[in-house]
Write a protein that binds this ligand. Structure first.
Ligand code: DGP
Length: 118
């Protein structure tokens, strides 16, 4: 089933994850391969495959991703020092899981947004 993603199974509680925030629109859980001291993924509770698939119907959930990111950042104690929010899209963006998700990274200085070319 194209719309049955690993993240949807986490949203439904069908597979284990370290869930740090949950409401009626979004769920946040720790990334299983953390790239920073704090690395949380925040996902809509319904599947939007990529950022290239968003529609007006998704606006409430997409807005909630940011509201939840703020709450999780405060909960994790990284709000004051700052953090990075990332959405990867499709192949060139490095997206691995086709269920749109916001990466919340922090807990140390994260350096430049990407390695410089050449
Ligand atoms: P992206 O490349 O933006 O699609 O990031 C996908 C992230 O999802 C990657 O950092 C690893 C994480 N991930 C993949 N599968 C699972 C899983 O089953 N559980 C958890 N907690 N994280 C996962």
């Amino acid at each position: 089933m194209p719309h049955d993603t690993i993240f949807l199974k986490i949203v439904r509680g069908e597979i284990p994850a370290d869930v740090v925030y949950r409401d009626e629109l979004v769920t946040a859980f720790r990334d299983r391969h953390p790239q920073a001291p704090v690395h949380v993924l925040i996902v809509p509770n319904h599947v939007i495959p990529t950022a290239a698939d968003v529609t007006a119907d998704d606006e409430a959930a997409l807005g909630r991703l940011f509201v939840a990111a703020r709450a999780v950042a405060e909960q994790e104690g990284i709000a004051e020092d700052g953090y990075r929010l990332i959405v990867n899209c499709k192949g060139h963006g490095g997206q691995e899981v086709d269920h749109l998700h916001l990466h919340l990274l922090g807990g140390e200085p994260l350096g430049p947004m990407r390695a410089r070319r050449g």
